[in-house]
Ligand binder design. Sequence first.
Ligand SMILES: C[S@@+](CC[C@H](N)C(=O)[O-])C[C@H]1O[C@@H](n2cnc3c(N)ncnc32)[C@H](O)[C@@H]1O
Length: 256
Amino acid sequence: MPRDRRDYFYKKAKDEGYRSRAAFKLKQINEKFKIITKGDAVVDLGAAPGGWLQVAKELSEGKVVGVDILPIEKMEGVETIKGDIRLDATVEKIREKTNKEGADAVICDAAPNLTGNWSYDHARSIDLATSALECAKKILKPGGKFAVKVFQGDLFPDFLDKVRQSFVKVKAFSPEASRKQSAEIYVIGRELLSGAVKMDEEYTVTIEDIGASGDGIAKINDFVVFVKNTKKGEKLKIRIRFVKPNFAFGERIEQD
Ligand SMILES: C[S@@+](CC[C@H](N)C(=O)[O-])C[C@H]1O[C@@H](n2cnc3c(N)ncnc32)[C@H](O)[C@@H]1O
């Protein structure tokens, strides 16, 4: 490994025609977590100058939308939006571009302009990452994937918890292409939960059918919930114990 990784990846990006050295961070994130696969519709938040957009296009060969406060120089096969990701109006524009189906992956490398005041910069980074998470929840398909940059600090554990509430698998990852002394870390969320039911919430349901495994099948807003030891037609109160993107398991807490 070269001594100065910053120069190494800077030169590598120039040699290979990437708009930024950050391109290699996305490649390394993707090698480990496969957040972008062929055919995926990808939205890149905080995308200028466009290194991540180039990599996203190579990996997906599908629809790629880039968003930034700054203009993004034209790139073949990539649509761009000039806007602030913290604003609903920008999220609305993204939704128009990703149509009704939504995106398979939302990636965000947005960073505030650094002031040198560590707590302030950290708080602004968390604010941007939280906006990216809210945007991802609105535009991702159920089961969708998310990667976001955050500067570590006191507010990081709370942010990680928020991501955990919305995705089945969540990891924090520091790619080799990040500078050694950098406090940046990427939070990777996979399998977006649909939001139809919430962990530990109580619901009253009716068992509509019995599945092949013998579990009762109830539906909450068309979302399938399996409940053990029930009979078809039975109405009961359950608590959600396990949630996956397309189904959940509930536990009986009381019988009517
Ligand atoms: C590190 S750069 C992204 C580099 C990019 N991933 C690449 O590979 O070229 C961070 C970007 O976040 C953008 N940004 C910061 N705050 C933003 C906001 N509120 N809305 C949209 N973009 C924002 C900045 O303008 C900047 O272009």
